[in-house]
Write a protein that binds this ligand. Structure first.
Ligand code: 13P
Length: 242
């Protein structure tokens, strides 16, 4: 079954490396899954240009929680859309943890992204401490509820959810795929209760070509959000054909 593979390049490539990788993936021949590439902002408009004759879509890695105005260093959702992107990652744990984004900012970003006709990829995930103290489900449920407060989702395809256990990101220690399946089912059910829509939930956290199949074979896992393993054309190509 066709799944969604999202390449989150974070700040992991130089300007030149990004251009090189984009040129390479624009030549990818037929592959099994659906690919969304999220380069840094400096490369976003050009990425869309380079990939315009392919089926590959692009996304921003973040957006401002303001619409427009005197906000030095911010990037608006409208400009991300104008650069040709269809998606935007919101609430990644690196943004929550390092850049101190809280639930109300994330909620505001989702609203603004939807208004700009971008499809948010809303990230959820528990920390190691939350996991160890048995709080995973309440944490996910509260992240979801707060992020979607006051928001009406018109179509299921307007919003993607990404479950990324914080402890699994970049650690080389992914969640066991059977446990991930149970968590995805839980998140999908909570999301249905809140939105009335069957939203796709994708998994992220130390996904590599060698373990990707364990995840995508699961019924409730709609795809993968990949960091490190999406930075090379060879492993990205393998992920797309798993
Ligand atoms: P890694 O695949 O490098 O663990 O990163 C996951 C991630 O944070 C994707 O958004």
């Amino acid at each position: 079954m066709k799944k969604i593979i999202i390449a989150n390049w974070k700040m992991g490539l130089t300007f030149k490396e990004t251009q090189f990788l984009l040129e390479k993936i624009s030549t990818f021949e037929a592959y099994r899954h659906f690919l969304i590439v999220c380069p840094d902002f400096l490369n976003l408009a050009q990425a869309t240009q380079i990939l315009k004759d392919t089926k590959i879509k692009t996304g921003g890695q973040n957006c401002s929680f303001h619409h427009h105005g005197a906000y030095t260093g911010e990037i608006s959702a409208l400009d991300i859309k104008a650069a040709g992107a269809e998606y935007v990652i919101i609430g990644h744990s690196e943004r929550r943890r390092i850049f101190k984004e809280d639930n109300s900012m994330i909620n505001q970003k989702i609203k603004i992204a939807l208004e700009a006709k971008l499809k948010p990829i809303l990230c959820l995930g528990e920390s190691l401490l939350e996991r160890k103290t048995g709080r995973t489900r309440p944490v996910l449920s509260s992240q979801l509820k707060n992020a979607l407060k006051g928001i009406k989702i018109r179509k299921a395809s307007d919003l993607l959810l990404a479950y990324e256990p914080v402890w699994a990101i970049g650690s080389g220690q992914p969640m066991e795929s059977e446990e991930a399946e149970r968590m995805h089912k839980y998140i999908a059910e909570r999301a249905f209760a809140l939105t009335g829509k069957r939203l796709a939930v994708i998994y992220g956290g130390s996904v590599k070509p060698d373990n990707a199949h364990d995840f995508i074979k699961q019924k409730n896992i709609a795809g993968l959000l990949v960091g490190g393993a999406s930075l090379q054309a060879k492993s990205l190509k393998r992920l797309l054909n798993i």
